[in-house]
Design a protein around this ligand. Structure first.
Ligand SMILES: Nc1ncnc2c1ncn2[C@@H]1O[C@H](COP(=O)(O)OP(=O)(O)OP(=O)(O)O)[C@@H](O)[C@H]1O
Length: 323
């Protein structure tokens, strides 16, 4: 009985307090104040609304874009074609996440590293480190223009948009903004066979290297990347994506195997790469319903090649956990 009376006393005092607060709010509220907005219910699921920073570009028809110098300039559909508009872009802030960032601060850092430690380190290593090159930015730009490649531009409104470099002058480039679409290189769709198949090995490597075979294969993708790298002297990327257990790790190993074999068979680097893999897998793999040896982390593998096309080093980075 005593607990019931205690509860009713607490409730009534709470009600009194709420009433007092309500009266105070009403007395402070201006007479012509609009009614309060309806209560916004919480999202039922755990889905997050899209971040405005990552939102997709809007319609390319006619937009007002703030330029680097603070002026605003209208961008018209069809000024230089049907879908594109042209604008000037400057070198972007080095703190941003663009893969195309090549700010003066970064250049200075790499130059300092190379002058102080890089050269000493290079003498000790069994392979050569990639050298610092002053003209790296210019090289990239002329390559992008020639190949009509898209670049990501950081606009003044903090949005990223893809565009095509048209010309350069000094530290500025004239970029034709696109409607948000872009294209990638060749795409391979591979199905995990879940059994040993006779589709790998040195004979097939030779066949793909000599272009005797052109059927879809990870060797064919690796061959294209390698020959484009040698031809254009530009970095190439192979992105392997798919659901858990689809065979990404095994496919990556086949790509490395191919690159090692066609570049002169530097077994030293290959064995080190595979050993690194063992250590990473020991710490970062787990058995799941889909895969007995599932990598619970992403992997960025960089392979460095000499000008002659031989492998001279590699770098493996484990990225964030996968959920
Ligand atoms: N090309 C292949 N030939 C034969 N078996 C394969 C092949 N690719 C994958 N497998 C089999 O499928 C299993 C899962 O492959 P893998 O670990 O490469 O998948 P994954 O996509 O990396 O998975 P996760 O994202 O979970 O790490 C392998 O352990 C192997 O048994």
């Amino acid at each position: 009985m005593s607990s019931v009376s205690e509860t009713s006393r607490t409730l009534s005092s709470l009600e009194e307090m709420l009433e007092a607060l309500k009266q105070r709010d009403e007395s402070e509220m201006p007479k012509d104040c609009p009614p309060a907005l309806p209560f916004r219910p919480k999202l039922a699921s755990r889905t997050r609304p899209p971040s405005p920073k990552r939102s997709m570009p809007g319609t390319p028809e006619k937009r007002d874009i703030e330029l680097e110098n603070g002026k605003r300039e209208e961008e018209f559909k069809g000024k230089l074609g049907n879908v594109f508009g042209a604008k000037m872009c400057k070198e972007v802030d080095s703190s941003s996440e663009s893969p195309y960032v090549n700010s003066s601060a970064q250049k200075e850092y790499r130059q300092r590293f190379w002058e102080n430690d890089g050269a000493k380190l290079d003498n000790k290593l069994p392979y050569s480190l990639p050298k610092f090159r002053e003209d790296e930015w210019d090289d990239n730009i002329s390559y992008f223009i020639e190949k009509k490649l898209r670049v990501w531009c950081h606009l003044k409104n903090r949005q990223w948009e893809p565009g095509q470099v048209q010309s350069t002058s000094g530290d500025k480039a004239s970029v034709l903004l696109s409607d948000g679409s872009t294209k990638a290189g060749p795409v391979l769709i591979a199905v995990n066979p879940f059994k040993e198949i006779q589709l790998y090995g040195s004979k097939l490597v030779t066949a793909y290297k000599k272009k005797l075979l052109d059927s879809p294969h990870i060797y064919s993708i690796a061959e294209t990347a390698y020959s484009q790298m040698m031809e254009d002297e530009m970095n190439q990327s192979i992105i392997i994506s798919g659901e858990s257990g689809s065979g990404k790790t095994e496919t990556a190993k086949s790509a490395i195997e191919y690159l090692v074999m066609i570049s002169g068979g530097n077994n030293h680097v290959e064995s080190e790469l595979l050993q690194t893999s063992c250590i990473l897998e020991a710490f970062g793999n787990a058995k799941t319903l889909r895969n007995n040896n599932s990598s619970r982390f992403g992997r960025l593998i960089e392979i460095y090649f000499s000008a002659e096309g031989g492998i001279c080093g590699a770098n493996v980075q484990a990225c964030k956990d996968v959920y």
